[in-house]
Ligand binder design. Structure first.
Ligand code: HEM
Length: 247
């Protein structure tokens, strides 16, 4: 589907892999918890369902994430997955989200969920939950409604916690801070040598920068660098630091 993506968004001056991991739902998250996570970010259960439906109508799942026994799976489907995931393939194999049309975003998700033919537990759970099952059945009966509803939900998702105005920065290279702090490696947190006033109150996922740094880091050096950045403008580090590349 086509949808509008507003421009003007900026990148954060803090990159915290641990915080990102902590905020990602697990592949077997219970549906009431998932629903409340989406609600807390302003999404209705319908929007949550269509986002998962569109997202999980394409792509692949690694076998390590698949738990056939966690919640019922169609026996024939389970047998076909076993061929791809059993034995040595457990660590390296993967299966398509949508067994018939894996490269096209379409409304096949709803039928697949109700038939218990989805690899991820979260998708099969969605077809069993008393609040989300009626939404899935409703979408199954109105296939033409799916694309516009999905597109609208994606537009809404695309403006969630966007950094704009003077916060953050427009990166010259999308995988790099413009002025990276030198890193000693090993830390899950990276910060830019930004103007400390810019860092004031800047949050990544709702947590203050100072909080993130003192909470998550296993490398006290980073705490020092942030304090140093707060005391005076740190010297700008020019060029790319190899440790920050592609992390
Ligand atoms: C909210 C609950 C969600 C959970 C628990 C979840 C979980 C997962 C997991 C475990 C994978 C497999 C990753 C791998 O094997 O490397 C995956 C793949 C994927 N997810 Fe989700 N996901 C969720 C929501 C979404 C949403 C909202 C979208 C998009 C709108 C989305 C889009 C995708 C796509 C496109 C893939 C395939 C990636 C690929 O082929 O490399 N997911 N998801």
């Amino acid at each position: 589907p086509a949808y509008e993506v507003p421009t003007g968004r900026r990148d954060s001056l803090v990159s915290n892999r641990e915080e990102a991991d902590n905020n990602l739902p697990g592949p077997d998250i219970p549906i009431p918890k998932l629903t409340s996570e989406f609600l807390s970010r302003g999404f209705t259960p319908e929007e949550m369902v269509v986002l998962l439906a569109g997202g999980h109508s394409i792509g692949k799942v690694r076998c390590i994430f698949i738990e056939p026994d966690a919640t019922p799976m169609d026996p024939g489907y389970q047998a076909s997955i076993s061929k791809l995931c059993d034995g040595p393939n457990r660590d390296t194999g993967f299966v398509n989200m949508d067994e018939h049309n894996p490269n096209v975003i379409d409304s096949s998700y709803f039928a697949n969920v109700l038939a218990k033919k989805m690899p991820l537990t979260v998708d099969r759970l969605l077809g069993l939950d008393s609040k989300t099952t009626p939404i899935i059945k409703n979408m199954l009966n109105k296939p033409n409604d799916f694309m516009p509803t999905f597109a609208k939900a994606m537009e809404k998702l695309s403006v969630l916690k966007v950094i704009a105005g003077k916060d953050g920065e427009i990166r010259k290279s999308c995988s790099e801070f413009n002025n990276p702090m030198p890193s000693t490696g090993g830390s899950v947190i990276r910060i830019s040598s930004a103007n400390p006033e810019d860092l004031e109150g800047l949050s990544s996922g709702g947590t203050q920068v100072a909080g993130i740094v003192s909470q998550g880091t296993k490398d006290p050096w980073h705490v020092k660098t942030l304090k140093a950045a707060g005391a005076a403008h740190p010297k700008k580090v020019t060029g790319r630091h190899p440790k920050l590349r592609g992390a």
